[in-house]
Design a protein around this ligand. Structure first.
Ligand SMILES: Nc1ncnc2c1ncn2[C@@H]1O[C@H](COP(=O)(O)OP(=O)(O)OP(=O)(O)O)[C@@H](O)[C@H]1O
Ligand SMILES: Nc1ccn([C@@H]2O[C@H](COP(=O)(O)O)[C@@H](O)[C@H]2O)c(=O)n1
Length: 232
């Protein structure tokens, strides 16, 4: 029996608002890889569960409902936009990107039924072609044998500041203190859950983005990938 080599996967993990989507989209565009936003899938799953009103303690009901859910990610029109998320045929991009949905996705993503279903769906993506996958556990759990792994980090204050600027640019009202509190709370939830917590894979290259521009970070990643050397 002949073994085929799986398509290459680059994983980019890190805490909330550190720049994973921004950087991953650019890396994917530069390399011609598909961009996989695993956080968008957790957000869509949270919306799905809440709409059905399933008791999050009811593992069997969750497993049953999630077994048939359809979560599609449509390519973003350009490297600056979010992927479009289609939940059971409905475009839900605008509904899942609010700060409230960020927290809800974080709460529900700790549930075993949610994690096992979404991990399986994400691993299917990895079989179809070259990927840049970003999230919290893409280098540790989803694609432990990824070709290249990166872990982005920056202080919560810097991340909340960047998020505030981003929302401000969109004309949204911003309470930076509240954003900081939510960032810290979400990180804690994601880092302290028992299953697939946010942690740097031992073989991931740590990039502290605090004093780096987006282009600096992009350059570091592309240099590693184009050199063909494993980062870890
Ligand atoms: N190195 C950087 N320097 C300055 N701003 C940055 C940098 N990296 C990202 N940003 C900005 O920070 C904001 C948050 O980035 P982004 O949405 O990519 O983070 P994320 O890690 O995907 O967040 P989340 O985990 O909530 O999905 C964006 O406005 C982005 O432009
Ligand atoms: N691999 C992942 C990706 C995301 N999550 C959870 O989803 C929340 C939203 O993710 P964003 O990247 O879109 O902000 C996040 O806070 C995590 O709780 C995850 O568990 N695993």
């Amino acid at each position: 029996m002949s073994e085929t080599t799986p398509p290459p996967v680059i994983t980019i993990d890190g805490p909330a608002g550190v720049g994973k989507s921004t950087i991953s989209r650019k890396v994917a565009a530069r390399l011609g890889f598909t961009y996989l936003d695993t956080g968008a899938m957790y957000r869509a799953a949270a919306l799905f569960i809440d709409r059905l009103g399933i008791d999050s303690e009811d593992e069997t009901a969750l497993q049953h409902a999630l077994a048939t859910v359809s979560i599609e990610l449509l390519p973003a029109p350009d490297e600056f936009s979010d992927v479009e998320v289609v939940l059971n045929g409905e475009k839900v991009g605008a509904l899942i990107r609010s700060p409230a949905m960020s927290m809800r996705a974080s709460q529900l993503s700790a549930l075993p039924a949610v994690r096992s279903r979404l991990t399986a769906l994400q691993q299917e993506w990895g079989k179809r072609g070259a990927l840049v996958a970003e999230g919290r556990d893409t280098g540790t759990v989803v694609f432990p044998r990824a070709s290249y792994k990166f872990y982005l980090d920056a202080s919560p204050e810097i991340r909340a500041r960047r998020r505030a600027l981003q929302l401000h640019a969109k004309g949204e009202e911003v309470d930076e203190k509240k954003l900081l509190e939510m960032t810290i709370a979400r990180d804690r939830q994601d880092m302290e859950r028992p299953i697939a917590p946010l942690v740097r894979a031992t073989d991931a290259l740590l990039i502290d983005t605090s004093d780096k521009t987006i282009d600096d970070v992009l350059l570091v990643i592309l240099r590693v990938v184009e050199s063909g050397l494993q980062p870890g």
